[in-house]
Design a binder for this molecule. Sequence first.
Ligand SMILES: C[S@@+](CC[C@H](N)C(=O)[O-])C[C@H]1O[C@@H](n2cnc3c(N)ncnc32)[C@H](O)[C@@H]1O
Length: 258
Amino acid sequence: MKHVARKRFGQNFLHDKYVLSSITEAISPAPDDAMVEIGPGLGAMTEQLMRTLKMMHVVELDRDLVARLEKTYNPAKLTIHAGDALKFDFGSIPVPAGQKLRIVGNLPYNISSPLLFHLADFAPQVQDQHFMLQKEVVERMVAEPGSKTYGRLSVMLQWRYDMQLLFVVPPEAFDPPPKVESAIVRMIPVANPLPCDGATLEAVVLKAFSQRRKVIRNCLAGMFTEEQIVAAGIKPTDRPEAVGLAEYVALANLLKPQ
Ligand SMILES: C[S@@+](CC[C@H](N)C(=O)[O-])C[C@H]1O[C@@H](n2cnc3c(N)ncnc32)[C@H](O)[C@@H]1O
C-alpha cells in the first residue's frame, strides 16, 4: 500500500537518484562505521547507505513507517528505534572502541532547531553529522558575524561544530515537494570548544538577539554593565550580529567563570 506523506511529521521523501547518490558520496560511508539515520522514512537514504555499511541504526517516529522498515530490512543489519529523535539518547547506540558515531538524516524541517540543540549534547561522542535541512536554516547555521542571517543558531552551533553548506537541493527532488529549497550541511564537532557553560551562553545569546535592531549595550541591559561589555572585547554600540563567538563566550564567562 502506498504511504501517504504526513505533514505533521515533516514528511517529504527524497526520490531524486542523483541527489541521493551525491549525499551518499558526501557522507562517504565505510563498512564498519557506526551510523544512525534520523527519520529514515521510506528508506531512500537508508537503502543507499546499507549498500556499504555492515549494519546501521535508524530512529523513526511514524509507526506505519517503522512497520514498513521492519518488513523490508533484516534486523541483524538494521536496528530500528521507534520513537522521537528529540528524546532519543544518541549515546545509547553502541560504538566500537576507538570510533565515534556518525549521524545522518533528511530531517523533519518542523523540528530542525530543537533537534540540532538536542544533538549538541552528544557532540563529544560524534564523528560527524550530515543533514538535509531547509536552505535558509543552513545559511543561518554557517553565517559569519556581520551577515543578516547570523544569530542564535549560528553562535550556539559554531561553538560546538565546524559547519559547511555542501550543496543546495531543489524542491522537485522530493515527493511531495516542500515549499522551500533545501541544502546539505556537514557538521564536525570541534575538538576543543571554547571553555564556557552552555546554558549561560544560550541565555546571553538569546537576550542579545531578542532585539536585533538595538545596539548590544541596550540588548544586554540588566544582564551586563557597559564596562563588562567592553571587558569582553565588544564595542557597546555594535549590533548583536556584529559580535563574534569568542566575545559571546567572554560575556558568558563573566556571568559563570569556567
Ligand atoms: C523529510 S522526511 C525524510 C524521509 C527519508 N529520510 C527520505 O529522505 O526520504 C522526515 C522523516 O522524519 C520522520 N520524523 C518526523 N519527526 C520525527 C521525530 N521527532 N523523530 C524521528 N523521526 C521523525 C518522518 O516520519 C519522516 O520519515
